[in-house]
Design a protein around this ligand. Structure first.
Ligand code: RET
Length: 278
């Protein structure tokens, strides 16, 4: 077919109903709105923590800003990519306008931060922290770039999509092994009361990061408006859980860890001290 061999995104190949078009706008808008709003949450969170853990929510704030900007760009791209013809939203420029490739570019920034954040939250000592972070970042970046290259096959070059998808999955499995190692260290370094946290984070990591390859493979179900919208929805659920909810979980973990390690936030220390006003 004409489609095979052309590079682009399936978004540029199918007309959408008003409902599908609006759903896509809504999904992207809610995603970037959530990311931007939580910048403030994470910055406020940093004040509550022992100094060594403050960087954990600050890294989440950086991820929120970076992903928020990228998703805002996807939103405007979505809005620029269709025109209303009769009752349908028709893609304007076949195979060139909308692209999910910006997402992959953005992951190159956010994914190394998310992984390093985990090792910092678990309080790994400096030389080990750097070594383990590097060992996670290498397969992660290779996973993203091979996937970025492969996703251009989604408009019908299934061998490109699947071969690079498999290669990317090999790097994902390597990454999973490295993350498992960090989780095991997390169990060892956690205070007794918090030892369930790294194990739960592990399952959360697998469930949320595992959504991305599903979204990658989805165009093979067909070029329909429903597939387009469901895929944007999957990407959004994955984004909000792997960055935003993950950030909240890590922040709460280091908040508890700070307290168990004897840290008292400044404002609270003042309230309870004999020198304080109350
Ligand atoms: C790709 C290509 C197909 C195979 C696999 C993939 C995995 C992607 C993942 C992405 C995670 C992204 C995150 C972004 C946060 O900002 C590249 C889709 C396995 C796991 C967490």
């Amino acid at each position: 077919s004409d489609i095979a061999g052309q590079f682009g995104s399936i978004e540029n190949l199918v007309s959408l109903t008003a409902g599908q078009y609006t759903s896509g706008s809504l999904i992207l808008m809610v995603s970037y709105g959530a990311h931007f709003a939580f910048i403030l949450f994470f910055l406020a969170m940093a004040w509550q923590l022992a100094p060594r853990y403050r960087i954990v929510p600050i890294m989440s704030a950086v991820v929120m800003a970076s992903a928020g900007l990228s998703l805002m760009r996807e939103f405007s791209l979505w809005q620029e990519s269709y025109e209303l013809v009769g009752t349908m939203y028709r893609p304007l420029a076949e195979n060139s306008s909308f692209t999910n490739a910006f997402r992959y570019g953005n992951w190159t920034i956010t994914v190394p931060i998310l992984l390093t954040q985990l090792a910092i939250a678990f309080g790994l000592p400096r030389p080990e922290l750097q070594k383990r972070a590097a060992r996670m970042i290498v397969p992660a970046v290779l996973m993203i770039w091979t996937g970025l290259y492969g996703q251009f096959g989604e408009t019908g070059d299934w061998s490109r999509l699947n071969i690079w998808g498999v290669i990317s999955t090999v790097f994902f499995v390597w990454l999973i092994v490295e993350v498992r190692g960090v989780i095991t260290r997390g169990v060892q370094t956690s205070p007794a009361q918090l030892q369930a946290w790294p194990k739960n984070i592990w399952w959360f990591f697998l469930a949320t990061w595992g959504l991305y390859p599903i979204a990658y493979a989805l165009p093979q179900l067909g070029f329909t408006g429903d597939v387009v919208v469901v895929r944007q929805l999957l990407f959004s659920i994955a984004d909000i859980s792997s960055k935003l909810i993950y950030g909240i979980i890590l922040s709460r973990y280091v908040l508890r860890r700070s307290a168990l390690e004897g840290y008292v936030p400044a404002a609270e220390a003042l309230e309870t001290s004999p020198l304080g006003s109350s």
